[in-house]
Design a protein around this ligand. Structure first.
Ligand SMILES: Nc1ncnc2c1ncn2[C@@H]1O[C@H](COP(=O)(O)OP(=O)(O)OP(=O)(O)O)[C@@H](O)[C@H]1O
Length: 229
């Protein structure tokens, strides 16, 4: 079953066609890597799929809901409830311990603190961060901070997690570890994943890789069943 379906996406900035008639579908629980040279439209695609940017043309449907037909307030709520986000560098709140950073989406949605931090703590431990729950971001390594950001992206049980170069600020070995965890934990939680990355090795962990060039999807690769997982 497809959870996210985008058709005929066009995004123009003046004379630049950042997206040029892109069709994308993402299955429920599926992980999709988006690759391509700088300027090929990867971030624009991610932002349009996530309802952050409104395309010049085309449609985006999340499980039967037309994202572009929603009001700004409805779209903001849908983003909060159904989507999780991981950015290049975690964007954690420096004053809050790891556990509360990870619990933030639940706390902002009004969940009781004990239940929210318990769920966040469980995710942090699954991500190999047992013992760091009370540390603030400044006391974590880059790889640890990104794992807190992954916990935060998943804590609200989103349908789709969007990650834009989530390992761009990490060395390659740490980056691969984090990407491996991101894909496997998203899979365990039944969340689909759309991840923009420059790391060609990422295809090992994702179900499918889209290659972009000049605003178009020029090829797609499906990972061999049972691949390197
Ligand atoms: N806000 C904007 N205003 C004008 N042009 C933009 C804007 N955002 C993106 N573009 C242009 O759209 C094209 C696609 O940009 P995008 O950031 O999506 O590419 P990308 O593949 O993510 O690149 P990178 O790997 O460097 O992050 C580029 O030519 C870029 O200059």
């Amino acid at each position: 079953m497809d959870i996210l379906t985008a058709r005929g996406l066009v995004m123009t900035y003046g004379s630049t066609r950042a997206l040029d008639d892109v069709d994308v579908t993402v299955g429920a629980g599926e992980s999709v890597a988006v690759m391509g040279p700088s300027g090929s439209g990867k971030t624009t695609l991610l932002h349009v799929l996530a309802g952050i940017l409104r395309p010049s043309a085309g449609s985006v449907d999340l499980a039967g809901t037309d994202l572009l037909a929603l009001s700004d307030a409805q779209r903001t709520r849908l983003r909060r409830d159904d989507f999780g986000f991981v950015f290049q560098s975690g964007q954690l709140l420096p004053e809050l311990p790891a556990e509360e950073n990870a619990a933030l989406p639940l706390l902002l949605a009004g969940a009781p603190r004990a239940a929210a931090t318990e769920r966040a703590g469980g995710l942090l431990r699954r991500l190999g961060l047992a013992g760091t729950e009370r540390r603030r971001p400044g006391e974590l390594s880059g790889g640890q901070a990104q794992r807190v950001a992954i916990a935060r992206a998943l804590v609200g049980r989103p349908k789709v997690v969007f990650a834009d170069e989530p390992t761009g600020a990490l060395d390659q070995a740490t980056g691969r570890e984090v990407l491996d965890l991101l894909t496997s934990v998203a899979r365990e939680h039944g969340a689909a994943l759309v991840v923009v990355t420059h790391d060609a090795g990422v295809a090992r962990w994702c179900d499918r890789t889209l290659a972009m060039r000049d605003g178009r999807v020029v090829s797609q690769f499906t990972a061999p069943v049972g691949g390197a997982r």
